[in-house]
Design a protein around this ligand. Structure first.
Ligand code: NAI
Ligand code: MG
Length: 351
């Protein structure tokens, strides 16, 4: 990665995607100028509206073009849940998941931080500050399954969880590296190895082996059901959570809920080997119910841009965005919500 030039692909997508991405780009431009970084942006049209207009989900030529950039800033894609003009799951499978697999985004990173001034649904949340490192290319999401005798009372459906030694190890090692760089240096791996003994024991043996390389990191294990209890009763106990694709999907939504919700939750789909660009996006979807009304909170998109900067090694610029977001959040008044662009302006001004 050239440290002076940042070459970013922008996929704004559908619904509120373009609205929140515009604010993330606004903040990126401002911080880049201040830090002496040259920012090059290239827009790509993808998503439900693009499919309706062209019949294209994600052509191979687009994947190849995306490979040429340093990173991807992504908004959200998808039509309204009741919209029948698009087959259900088409955009998710043929575009989003395809992109994550093609670019080998094996680390799905989701920081969970309870900012001062943000109400949590928990009465006593404590200081919540952890990251979930979720596996992104394996588990039950690889499409290894099938159906027999469909639509009959004898229907058989399988959905096989795929876990490879290679895939588990690279994810677990990433979790240990992140834990090792954080003050508390604590890693909790979450699985269900008392019942899912084949995949679970591969995870268990892998964690034990990699732990030997990180003597300063303390290791804790929780069954996923117990992890759900602690995420509600004592979320402050967590520092780095490492888990598989399916458990991670569930853990991260609960984590977003206890830290004040969907408008604040950022994520990265990361290829740590840097053989392809990583992609940064708010956790939320295209929110068709509020699209086009400047009602969306762009904070999650802006924090995703900060994760992008961290990934490219521009930690100073990323820290500035995170500090500006924290300062803006501290002044928020839930009784007088601001338009999307006003929140972006305020965060840009606070940089
Ligand atoms: P959603 O996340 O789009 O919306 C859920 C609820 O949260 C809605 O009431 C919405 O108004 C609200 N919301 C979401 N983001 C917000 C923001 N930034 N500020 C304020 N309120 C916000 O989830 P939903 O409705 O289930 O899905 C809508 C579409 O988005 C579907 O097509 C779905 O497949 C797609 N989707 C796409 C994702 C992606 O692009 N990675 C992730 C999740 C859903
Ligand atoms: Mg989810």
């Amino acid at each position: 990665v050239d440290t002076a030039v940042m070459d970013i692909a922008v996929i704004a997508g559908d619904g509120i995607g373009p609205e929140v991405t515009a604010e993330a780009v606004k903040v990126l431009k401002k911080v880049s100028a201040a830090e002496g970084l040259e920012l090059q942006l290239t827009d790509y049209k993808l998503g439900a509206e693009h499919w309706l207009a062209t019949g294209e989900t994600l052509p191979d030529s687009t994947i190849e073009a995306l490979r040429g950039h340093d990173a991807i800033l992504f908004g959200a894609v998808g039509a309204a849940p009741g919209d029948t003009s698009i087959p259900s799951g088409l955009i998710e499978r043929e575009m989003l998941l395809k992109l994550r697999f093609a670019l080998d985004h094996y680390v799905n990173l989701r920081p969970s931080f309870l900012y001062d001034g943000v109400p949590s649904p928990l009465a006593n949340p404590g200081k919540i500050d952890f990251v979930v490192v979720r596996e992104g290319t394996e588990g039950p999401y690889v499409g290894n399954g099938g159906v027999l005798r469909k639509g009959t009372p004898q229907e058989v459906a399988t959905e096989v969880s795929v876990n490879t030694a290679f895939g588990v190890e690279r994810l677990v090692r990433d979790g240990f590296r992140r834990a090792n760089e954080r003050p508390r240096k604590k890693l909790t791996y979450v699985h269900k190895h008392n019942v899912l003994v084949y995949a679970g024991h591969l995870w268990k043996r892998t964690v034990e082996a990699v732990a030997a390389e990180f003597p300063d990191v303390s290791v804790d294990y929780l069954h996923v059901d117990a992890a759900m209890i602690f995420l509600v009763t004592d979320p402050a106990r967590f520092d780095v959570i490492v888990t598989d694709n399916l458990f991670g999907d569930i853990v991260t939504d609960l984590a977003a809920a206890v830290t004040g919700g969907i408008g604040l939750a950022a994520s990265g789909n990361i290829n740590m080997d840097r053989t392809a660009p990583s992609m940064f996006e708010p956790v939320h979807g295209s929110a068709p119910d509020i699209a086009g009304q400047q009602k969306a909170d762009p904070t999650a998109a802006i924090l995703s841009a900060a994760l992008l900067l961290h990934h490219l090694g521009h930690h100073g610029a990323a820290d500035k965005i995170e500090a500006a977001v924290a300062a803006d959040i501290a002044t928020r008044d839930a009784s007088s919500p601001r338009p999307t662009s006003a929140i972006g302006d305020a965060i840009a001004a606070a940089l």
